[in-house]
Write a protein that binds this ligand. Sequence first.
Ligand code: TYD
Length: 214
Amino acid sequence: MLITFEGIDGAGKSTQVMKLKRHLQERGREVLALREPGGTPVAEQIRELLLESRNDITPAGELLLFSASRAELVQQVIQPALEHGSDVILDRFYDSTTAYQGYGRGLDLGMLAEINRIASCGLVPDITFYLDLMPEDALMRKFSEKSLPLAFESEELDRMENSGLDFYRRVRDGYHKIGGENPERIVMIDALLSPAEINRKITESLDALCAKAH
Ligand code: TYD
């Protein structure tokens, strides 16, 4: 099973990925947890290029770099793991590209859908958990974690995080549109709920999906 997590930076995805990994392992499943961009030597180098705050990258260049990283991860790691019978939990997949490069940067959505299909080799998640958070709350979380004064641009943030509040508002609206268009796949969860409550909703949805499949 391929399970993906989506949401703006700071929504708490990585905590939920770890909790879900443990939950599935306790049920005897073999689980691989990965995050995008990255996950292979080449994809990790692309990640550094993309997140280094001093790099000036065009929207088209950004799209192609995220997509190149994805193509490496899908073909070298995800597809072999799924074929081997493992579950794969992915912190971000092509919905991130639609939300960030499509709705956020304003690239053409039709062109983007085609590039997403190429980069993911046509792989579609069995289920996607979207953790919904207002950009203002995300920023507050980020800065309180690091005990820094609140600012919408900072050297403490990576290149994507420094894209500004309006960018993150477009990304969040984009996620809402993507969720509305894919209700059978995407489960929307309020990221302000407690981590335990979010985890409960996730495992319930997965149980329901597994019951439907059998
Ligand atoms: P990361 O540190 O992994 O952030 P997070 O913890 O929020 O996942 O950085 C990944 C950044 O790249 C994040 O800002 C989202 C962005 N991104 C895109 O813009 N497009 C994409 O296709 C992907 C996978 C990520």
